[in-house]
Design a protein around this ligand. Structure first.
Ligand code: SF4
Length: 331
């Protein structure tokens, strides 16, 4: 452990190019945490297999996601960035932890029931064990801290219970109980102004889109639904464009739009054009870094390979302690 506040672990499925929702909901927090925590960020490709049956895009999605993370400011000198399947010890720990996890507890979890509802034709064994693999991800790297939204605290409590069961059964304290770090995760609405931004709903704005593509997407955004004509005063408080203006535009511009919208002195088309401009300005550095990393031969691969090496060193240590605690025969 370094002199930092502890060790953070967080993982995300390889969903390819990231969008504004991913950035505001997770990536910008990852970037901030790496300053004060020893940070480990993992692209959890094995988790993805529980619901993704067609894997032809998995490799590309993994690379694209890593590229976006790096372009957004995750620094391989400050964080360990790697792919879950590159450290196979997690599968071993998952199996071991599954022996101390009651099946009834797993099938009773609301998240399991929700997954069954979403994938009624693919209720596989991996889906049941998902929270155990998630626990293995965290404890394999002896993470002390997991950034989570308030609604995800039960996941951390579950992981803590599994750890306690293991430590109790084998009279040991080798596995650490992680703590959840309450993180404000904003709900970022998509261009439809109604649902959470998501690729599957095609209401997303990709970070890596060109300025022209970004503007096109922004122009499709739904605004205050009550505002029918230019002469109608609008209500910025119910407008998703305004919500995002507040994040990406200057305070002066936000104040000006707020007042002008309420007095019908600005039209939504003009307002969206201004938002697209602010967003593109904000994303310029990201895009430049992305292009640079993308064309630097083998850069992403090397970062992920180095991350896996560093993660594996921690994993090997933990597994040696776990095997010893259980009393497995060693040669
Ligand atoms: Fe939303 Fe801007 Fe239209 Fe007002 S002027 S409703 S803030 S898009």
């Amino acid at each position: 452990m370094t002199e930092k506040n502890g060790r953070v672990f967080s993982g995300a499925r390889p969903t390819g190019r990231q969008h504004l929702g991913n950035y505001l909901g997770a990536i910008q927090n990852y970037v901030a945490l790496q300053e004060n925590y020893e940070s480990i960020y993992c692209i959890v490709d094995i988790h993805a297999l529980t619901t993704v049956e067609a894997t032809k895009d998995l490799k590309l999605n993994t690379r694209e996601m890593a590229l976006d993370w790096l372009a957004a400011g995750l620094d391989p000198k400050k964080s360990i960035i790697f792919v879950q399947s590159h450290v196979p010890e997690v599968m071993e720990l998952h199996t071991i932890l599954s022996m101390v996890t009651p099946l009834g507890k797993l099938t009773a979890l609301p998240t399991f029931k929700e997954k069954v509802r979403q994938n009624p034709n693919n209720v596989n064994y991996g889906l049941v064990g998902y929270p155990v693999l998630m626990t293995a991800d965290i404890v394999l790297y002896k993470a002390t801290t997991v950034p989570v939204g308030v609604d995800q605290f039960p996941h951390i409590e579950f992981a803590r219970e599994v750890v306690r069961s293991f430590n109790f059964r084998y009279s040991t304290d080798v596995l650490l109980e992680p703590q959840g770090k309450a993180t404000k995760i904003p709900k970022v609405l998509g261009t439809d102004g109604e649902h959470k931004m998501s690729k599957s709903l095609n209401n997303h704005i990709e970070l890596a889109a060109t300025p022209e593509e970004t503007e096109k997407r922004v122009m499709q955004m739904v605004t205050d639904p009550q505002r029918q004509r230019l002469s109608d005063p609008g209500d910025p408080d119910v407008c998703n464009v305004f919500t995002l203006h507040k994040i990406f535009s200057s305070t002066t511009e936000v104040e000006e739009i707020n007042a002008a919208c309420r007095k019908a002195e600005i039209g939504c088309v003009d307002c969206k054009r201004r938002f697209a401009k602010s967003l593109n300005n904000n994303l310029q550095t990201f895009r430049e870094r992305r292009a640079k990393f993308d064309t630097r031969d083998g850069y992403v691969r090397d970062v992920l390979a180095d991350g896996a090496k560093r993660a594996q060193a921690i994993a090997a240590e933990t597994m040696a302690e776990v095997r010893a605690a259980i009393g497995l025969y060693e040669v």
